[in-house]
Design a protein around this ligand. Structure first.
Ligand code: PLP
Length: 382
């Protein structure tokens, strides 16, 4: 009898080696609040590597989305277009400002908002479109930006999962007027468990973003010597991560390429192994449109039904490999029913979400772990 000694989690937060060194440095500098030296280095990294006009670190992607909602002046009665297949924060950030959420169906191939269904959901109350780049695979941004121009709407990209991924060569999060990334421990890059960044791509939002994030004061301008007093000038909140988080993140940014390559190599191995048998076992693999370079944030497969998916998760768990399903569509959640409305017919959102299962993928996965997952996967599928 074979003894099972592996235990493979769905995720492990990524660690590259220098995180502890940089955190120690930060402590030795006696400067641990927000906007310290590591925070500045991180923000400069984003501005250099993504082409965004201004990057501002935040305590989470949720906070970055909340800042975006304030920046674009969302008011009670405004409508915001969001896919229903997403994380709650995509909707909540705008609901907090009084918006009504209009949910639009997704495309079954990428699980992203169906760009052909957006125009029909636009009314004279629509203020913004919030595309979510699921699994780090870009939405059809050309169509979305054209609609935004035509109807004078703001585009806030929820690129929580999209760091290091591109659409037609442009970094996700830098195509819309505003973008956000997440550094939660389940994402490709983390700032020690929680964190995010706001990417400002439009000059008109730049100055105010700093003020909102600094408790509504002009402290940042004061430190740059642009004003001679620092005072309360606008609404705001405290949305700066500590220097400990920035130090952790900077260690990861220095290894951004290496982390990306490692994840892509795992993703590609999954794809090669499963592609050969996908027809036989009636599983559907992710689609990557040719305009998109993804970042291997996720490897998912889709079964024919929810029952098959649940059996698969159960069988993998028995073999000590943790696989998980993903979002329950927001429009069918208790809050979603009250605070939003699904536009048109739900052709794909519910049915596709019920078929999907995510396989383990993380930077610190060993070759042995990956070999074990692939062996178990084939055993369970057959
Ligand atoms: C992870 C995630 C968020 C929230 O990120 P936090 O940093 O945990 O606040 C928002 N939207 C999407 C699509 C996500 O995947």
């Amino acid at each position: 009898m074979k003894i099972q000694n592996h235990n493979i989690p769905f995720n492990k937060p990524s660690v590259t080696g220098n995180e502890v060194v940089y955190i120690k440095n930060a402590i030795n500098e006696n400067k641990l609040s927000g906007d310290g030296p590591y925070a500045k280095k991180c923000e400069a990294w984003f501005e250099e590597h993504t082409g965004t006009l201004k990057a501002l670190l935040t305590p989470s992607c949720t906070h970055a989305l909340e800042l975006a909602a304030i920046l674009i002046d969302i008011k009670p009665g405004d409508e915001v277009i969001v896919p229903s297949y997403t994380f709650v924060s995509t909707a909540n950030a705008f609901v907090l400002r009084g918006a009504k959420i209009v949910f639009v169906d997704i495309r079954p191939d990428t699980m992203n908002i169906d760009e052909t269904k957006i125009e029909g959901a636009i009314t004279d109350k629509t203020k913004a479109i919030v595309p979510v780049h699921y699994a780090g695979v870009a939405c059809e941004m050309d169509v979305i930006m054209e609609l935004a121009t035509k109807y004078n709407l703001v585009v806030v990209e929820d690129a929580a999962q999209g760091m290091m991924a591109t659409y037609k060569g442009k970094a996700l999060g830098t195509i819309g007027h505003i973008g956000t990334y997440s550094f939660h421990e389940t994402k490709n890059y983390t700032s020690g468990g929680e964190g995010g960044v706001l990417l400002i791509n439009d000059e008109q939002y730049k100055a105010r973003a700093e003020v909102l994030r600094e408790k509504g004061t002009n402290r940042s301008q004061f430190f740059r010597g642009m004003v001679d007093k620092y005072t309360w000038v606008d609404i705001g909140s405290s949305m700066l991560p500590s220097e400990i988080q920035a130090a952790y993140l900077y260690a990861q940014l220095e290894q951004a390429e290496k982390i990306n390559e490692k994840r892509l190599s795992i993703w590609n191995l999954y794809f090669q192994n499963l592609n050969e048998i996908s027809d036989t076992f009636k599983i559907v693999l992710p689609t990557i449109p040719k305009e998109c370079k993804h970042n291997a944030h996720m490897f998912y497969i889709k079964f024919d039904s929810m029952t098959q998916r649940q059996n698969f998760i159960q069988n993998m768990k028995q073999e000590n490999v943790m696989c998980v399903f993903h979002y329950i569509p927001l429009h069918s959640s208790p809050a979603g029913k009250n605070l939003g409305e699904f536009h048109g017919i739900d052709n794909s959102t519910t049915i596709e979400s019920e078929k999907l299962v995510r396989l383990p993928i993380y930077y610190n996965m060993s070759d042995e772990e990956l070999a074990t997952i692939l062996r178990v996967l084939l055993k369970v599928l057959v």
